[in-house]
Design a binder for this molecule. Structure first.
Ligand code: ATP
Ligand code: MG
Length: 441
């Protein structure tokens, strides 16, 4: 071979840090999980919504809150080139789903005929320090129920999550609950909280000091071990709730109790996003280190107004797909196998027109067939083709040998029955035998 004809190997390019490829066979786990999500959402009559990856930065600043980790330092934001006449736009890749769902719902007036139950699934982007369970592109499934004020809907979204855990066999999560009350109740608590932390200002870390007057509630959410004791002694928001907020909380607990759903009240559960009121909750595990929150959510009755809509109560949650799948793996869950029903062995490439015609018919009848094709070394020997057929996991080999083809037939060889039973099948009547291939060994 002429050496000059071989292209020179270029320098390898790598993906962006914290953004992962999801490859087979692992992607089978993702597909399986996504199909479970669809089944589960249908059972609860939650409908799919899909919003763009890019939004105006202002949406997240308003929706998530200016003094949050996400908006302060984690967003992928940029100034878009300006259109011919217009101004340059400040855009961000979505770091979460709720703000965009609310934007879309308000923009399309989706609530004109009543409340809506929605779910989404897709990639989110945050410039965080990549580590196990924490990535820069990660994937969420989220539910949002808009237009429903009662604790029954809080309970329904929690029940939906528990039913999903059951479907996928996730056992190692526990539910933590809290109530953040209403803004007026939070204001009273906030004053006392600031006074408490000011008294112990020497024990606050830099981040807490910075948040002391802008967002003191978030100090309760600190992951700094040195501050845990201080935080444990802080005034509890639950003690500031009025009768209505308490009744809402009790209403939720009664439904969870009636369903046998175990939970613990965590008075320090505040959530990282600003828009929550009343119910907040997290499903947590001890098995993923400090990335232990698998699913988190709560009520956000004021967000729709903040995004320019009419006052609308709302509640939802989001789960991290990577964390759920890692936890399942941790529990010993196997990657689902993806195997074809049959593998087409083609001793002579000259038969391809006939082979592909038959495979096309089989596939249209629902048979999953992996085809043998030539690599840079040609088709390979009969023996090596059979090795590949075996490795594919297929239950049958379809052998398109010259002798069979001459008689208008194909040999169907069972690869998993221990004896290699063979039959000849007519190419002219594929529909007669296609269904006999459709099972996995
Ligand atoms: P954490 O406290 O772990 O940073 P968060 O409060 O920022 O989580 P939310 O914004 O509530 O998380 O997102 C909901 C869920 O999305 C989380 O419970 C988690 O499962 C997942 N999640 C959030 N950030 C990431 C990330 N960077 N990588 C992978 N999953 C994530
Ligand atoms: Mg976070």
């Amino acid at each position: 071979m002429d050496e000059k004809a071989v292209p020179r190997k270029a320098e390898k390019l790598v993906g962006v840090k914290g953004m992962n490829d999801i490859l087979p066979p692992e992607s089978a786990r993702w597909e399986w999980f996504e199909s479970m999500i669809r089944v589960c959402m249908a059972r609860y009559a939650f409908r799919n919504i899909r919003t763009p990856i890019l939004e105006h930065t202002a949406l997240f600043v308003r929706g998530i809150g200016e003094v949050t980790d996400i908006v302060e330092k984690e967003m992928y934001s940029f100034e878009d080139r300006s259109d011919k006449h217009g101004q340059a736009e400040h855009l961000s890749m979505r770091p979460e789903g709720t703000a965009a769902v609310v934007r879309a719902v308000v923009e399309s007036n989706l609530l004109y005929d009543g409340g809506k139950r929605l779910f989404y699934m897709g990639p989110m982007f945050r410039r965080e320090k990549p580590q196990r369970g924490r990535y820069r592109q990660f994937h969420q499934v989220g539910v949002e129920a808009l237009g429903f004020a009662g604790p029954d809907t809080d309970a329904e979204v929690i029940l939906l999550a528990t039913s999903l855990w059951k479907m996928i066999g996730l056992t190692d999560v526990r539910l933590e609950l809290n109530s953040l009350g209403q803004p007026a109740e939070r204001a009273q608590h906030r004053a006392q909280l600031i006074a408490y932390f000011e008294k112990h200002v020497d024990q606050l870390d830099e981040e807490a000091k910075r948040r002391l007057h802008s967002n003191p509630l978030r100090i309760l959410d600190t992951k700094n071990p040195a501050m845990q004791e201080l935080v444990a002694g802080a005034p509890r928001l639950l003690d500031f709730l009025g009768t209505e907020s308490l009744a809402h909380f009790e209403g939720l607990k009664a439904i969870l109790d009636a369903n046998g759903i175990a939970y613990t009240i965590n008075p320090r559960l505040v959530r990282g996003l600003d828009y929550y009121n009343l119910t907040v909750f997290e499903f947590v595990t001890d098995r993923l280190g400090s990335q232990g929150t698998v699913c988190a959510g709560g009520r956000y009755d004021d967000l729709v107004v903040q995004i320019g809509g009419k006052p609308t109560p709302a509640v939802g949650w989001a789960l991290g797909i990577e964390r759920v799948l890692e936890l399942l793996k941790e529990q010993g869950g196997q990657t689902p196998l993806q195997v074809p029903h049959a593998y087409a062995v083609v001793p002579d490439a000259a038969a391809m027109p006939q082979v592909l015609r038959t495979l096309q018919q089989l596939r249209e009848l629902g048979v999953c067939v992996q085809m043998h094709a030539a690599g840079s070394e040609g088709m390979g020997s009969f023996k090596s083709q059979f090795k590949k057929a075996d490795a594919s996991g297929a239950a049958f080999a379809l052998v398109f040998g010259a002798d069979e083809l001459a008689q208008g037939q194909v040999t169907v060889k069972h690869l998993r029955d221990g004896v290699g039973t063979q039959t000849m099948q007519p190419l002219a009547h594929v529909a007669q035998w296609a269904s006999s291939l459709q099972f996995n060994a």
